[in-house]
Design a binder for this molecule. Structure first.
Ligand SMILES: [Zn+2]
Length: 117
């Protein structure tokens, strides 16, 4: 039966539990995910510390922070909880280059860097 064949092929493609290479790859992936989680927890704690200091010393309120988050979120045209930063035009060669690098990927000229890109 055709459906049994498809099921059998999919099942055969699954890594075996005792495959040492697959186990090592899974362990590396888990270690990397754990590291990212630890760093994210630290970054969240740092942001909360900064925000509570700013709130205490400036009179700004949580509503001000939430409004700024919404405003920044909307700068790329989508309220989706993230900001997509478009490529920038190189001031030396006029081509567009990713904004996450300090130099143009085409001509190597210095480009202004967005600190949050
Ligand atoms: Zn360039």
């Amino acid at each position: 039966m055709a459906s049994m064949y498809i099921f059998g092929a999919g099942y055969a493609a699954q890594p075996q539990r005792d495959d040492p290479a697959a186990r090592a790859a899974a362990d590396r992936a888990k270690s990397k995910a754990d590291d990212v989680e630890t760093r994210l927890d630290r970054a969240m704690l740092t942001m909360e510390a900064i925000w509570t200091l700013v709130r205490e010393r400036t009179g700004l309120a949580d509503a001000d922070l939430l409004q700024r988050i919404a405003d920044l979120d909307a700068t790329d045209g989508m309220l989706d909880g993230k900001v997509r930063r478009p490529p920038i035009k190189c001031p030396h060669c006029d081509r567009t280059t990713p904004n996450r690098f300090d130099r143009c990927m085409y001509c190597g000229g210095d480009v202004p860097r967005d600190p949050f890109a």
